[in-house]
Design a protein. Structure first.
Length: 728
């Protein structure tokens, strides 16, 4: 709101609004400060590691020469011993003693310390940290759990030293949190090294904040772990009334009895099949599991059918497509005014702003490319009508329309889905605010993590601009989408799974089926100390800790029901539970529960070819959707140049909305194309229709001037004419 808008409010409401904004902004700033500290620490460690690697590489040639020399000397000494020759004479035949002495000195200079670590080089960034860390530590109101009390005391020591301008670390400063890796640099001959003690405290503080062992009052993302969950009294009441909303028996003994009995049954079944060499397209040997890759199941006839169908698709501009989809669904009605809750009066300007997000153009460039539209109008409608919730509601409208299309049922019934991350490089001013993610290389960027239904529609997206696993966000899309889809089975790739995710998906009523690339290296877990499965010995990794699950069962239920009821997001909890170095009882118990489910899944995967094929088909749909997304998001070289997270989320949401609209439009016209093919006598095998895809875009003009002009036939309520049919 502008100052003029605030002035028009009644005084009490005006002041209340300002106070609410200040409190919300304070929490946001605290989280941003901590996040920025994380990035700076990661940058220092990455820089030290690169410098360490570069130094080693520069000395690689000299090291190789020394190895070759000492190899020759060693060989000469061995021969001298065998022949009874004076070893010193043998050495002198290869190298003179003066040269040998110089060589030893050079080798000592080239050699690294025993731990061969880059940590000492991190100290070179200490001066950079000191520019802000005194204020950083002073401003945060920290609290600590007993497990992190010494780290908290270390922070207090640094605060005191900063206030008193002391350089020497007190002799009684806590050091129990100093890990073995840090000991050699923290403990100096004359006492505690100031630089590395402070670096160690800051590093451990970063880890403790992420895990929840230390929390910040006034923060939204780093508050006390217990505050995220349902209040204990409310949880107890709901449990007594059986209103937790979970998909499992909440009695621990009943739950474990049923799951462990099923686990033993499946272990025995797979063990028997393995001994009899009857596993379908799989074999288990002493070296582990080997599964035959699935062959391409798309027949040539289906490929030809797709070519024929898309040859009939009308050519149109992306603006025309969005107008038609809005005519069918009226999705623009969900972009309501922030204050009046009324729909936008100028749909053309609204669609232009949405298109600017989706094709990564930006409002200023879009205003230049769209006749009759100004930047001021686009900026106004974005400020008042475009928000996360309006994008979500509009996407749900299109998803539901696709769900109701009879032709879409050829691809699925809407009960399965997949999710995958799509990485976009950061460019311009966004480079400095973006994270590095090792999965996508050494360049900074952001990831759009998207859930797609078995009918090809993307129904949820989340921007990930931190170096975390994709698995952190799997449950968010399943729980918090607004469409009518009821997802029962979900697929991801290797990055989309952890044992914690396996445990929570089962508790919340989803069947989780990731494609685990290195499944043969993932161990199975059994229910007792005796391994009675001779054929599975190479894959057995240990026992399920039933005691740990029983001890923390109530905590598991409270966490799961809190996520189910929306008290806290699944991604935030998974991020905290998976953070190093937290290994509290709840995290371990949920891991043990997840190991049960992961083992059951692995056993099903080994003996179920249909499951492997379903997962592959589901993930292939997601990968094909990514190709369409990349084609749509083409402006600015396909780079993310927005520094603000909110704007990044708008980009992802706009892209998802446009992709969903293209999918729906293609579905409607593919049905008409198939009907036309049949009417003209083309032999259409209905079994091949399921191999078609509504993700093609060659017939859609995504570039040029964006003119909002409706086709006359569409204005009359008719469909576009298909292109001329030529019987092959």
């Amino acid at each position: 709101m502008t100052a003029q808008h605030l002035r028009d409010l009644e005084a009490t409401r005006r002041f209340a609004t300002l106070v609410a904004v200040v409190l919300d902004t304070k929490a946001t700033l605290i989280d941003e400060i901590i996040d920025m500290h994380d990035r700076i620490m990661a940058m220092l460690f990455n820089r030290a590691k690169r410098k360490h690697d570069e130094r080693f590489q520069k000395s690689g040639k000299a090291i190789n020469e020394k190895l070759r020399l000492y190899s020759r000397i060693g060989r000469a000494l061995l021969e001298a011993k065998q022949l009874g020759i004076n070893p010193f004479t043998a050495i002198e035949k290869i190298i003179s003693w003066d040269t040998f002495t110089e060589s030893v000195t050079e080798a000592e200079n080239l050699s690294q310390t025993a731990d061969f670590d880059f940590l000492p080089l991190v100290g070179e960034g200490f001066t950079q940290l000191r520019r802000y860390t005194p204020a950083f530590l002073e401003i945060l109101n920290l609290k600590a759990s007993p497990s992190a009390e010494d780290i908290f005391k270390g922070v207090e020591i640094l605060r005191s030293m900063n206030n008193l301008q002391l350089r020497k670390v007190p002799d009684d400063a806590p050091i129990s949190f100093v890990r073995k890796r840090w000991e050699s640099v923290v403990n100096a001959p004359d006492g505690i090294d100031r630089r590395f003690y402070e670096l160690c405290v800051l590093s451990e503080l970063k880890n403790a904040l992420r895990s929840g062992d230390i929390w910040v009052q006034g923060s939204r993302q780093f508050k006390d772990f217990d505050e995220y969950l349902l209040p204990s009294t409310r949880f107890s009441e709901q449990r007594n009334l059986n209103e937790l909303g979970l998909a499992v028996d909440t009695d621990c003994e009943n739950y474990l009895g049923n799951r462990l009995a099923l686990l033993e049954q499946e272990l025995a079944k797979v063990d028997k099949l393995a001994r009899q060499n009857e596993l379908p397209d799989a074999v288990i040997t002493e070296n582990g599991l080997k599964i035959t890759p699935l062959a391409n199941t798309v027949p040539d006839e289906a490929e030809e059918l797709m070519r024929q169908a898309y040859a009939l698709m009308p050519h149109l501009k992306i603006t025309e497509l969005l107008l038609e989809v809005d005519r069918w669904t009226d999705f623009t009605r969900h972009f309501t005014h922030l204050k009046s809750n009324k729909a936008a009066s100028d749909k053309q300007v609204l669609l232009t702003a949405i298109l600017a997000d989706g094709i990564n153009y930006g409002l200023s460039k879009m205003a230049e490319s769209c006749p009759g539209t100004t930047y001021a109008r686009l900026s106004w409608i974005q400020a008042w009508h475009i928000r996360d919730e309006t994008y979500s509601a509009a996407l749900a409208e299109i998803t539901n329309a696709q769900f109701k299309q009879p032709f879409a049922s050829w691809w699925g019934d809407g009960s399965t889905s997949s999710s995958d991350g799509q990485w976009f490089r950061s460019g311009g001013t966004a480079q400095g605010s973006s994270h590095f993610n090792a999965k996508y290389g050494s360049d900074p960027g952001v990831t759009f993590y998207t859930h797609i239904s078995d009918q090809y529609t993307p129904f949820y997206t989340k921007v990930i601009n931190a170096p975390v696993r994709d698995s952190t966000y799997v449950l968010d899309g399943l729980l918090y989408h607004e469409s009518d889809l009821i997802i029962e089975e979900h697929y991801t790739d290797t990055a989309g799974f952890t044992d914690h995710v396996f445990g929570l998906t089962h508790l919340l009523g989803f069947k989780f089926a990731p494609r685990i690339r290195d499944l043969k290296e993932k161990k199975l877990y059994i229910t007792n100390g005796q391994n009675n499965y001779s054929a599975l010995t190479s894959m057995i990794g240990g026992n399920i800790s039933e005691k740990t699950i029983r001890t923390h069962w109530d905590e598991i239920l409270r966490l799961s029901s809190s996520i189910k009821q929306g008290t806290v997001t699944a991604s935030l909890m998974l991020r905290k539970l998976g953070s190093y170095p937290r290994q509290n009882g709840l995290a371990v118990a949920l891991r043990e529960l997840g190991r049960i489910e992961r083992t059951l899944f692995a056993l099903d995967w080994i003996q179920n070819v249909d499951l492997r094929r379903r997962v592959q088909v589901g993930l292939n749909k997601g990968e094909a959707k990514n190709a369409l997304s990349r084609a749509v998001f083409f402006n600015r070289l396909g780079e993310m140049r927005d520094r603000n997270f909110e704007n990044q989320q708008y980009r992802a949401s706009g892209l998802n909305l446009i992709v969903a609209a293209i999918v729906l439009w293609n579905t409607v016209y593919l049905e008409r194309a198939i009907q036309s093919l049949k009417a003209h006598g083309y032999p259409v095998n209905d079994e091949h229709i399921q191999n078609l895809s509504p993700l093609a875009w060659e017939h859609i003009n995504l570039i040029g001037d964006y003119v909002w002009k409706q086709n006359k036939k569409i204005n009359l309520g008719n469909f576009r004419s298909l292109r001329n049919f030529e019987n092959p």
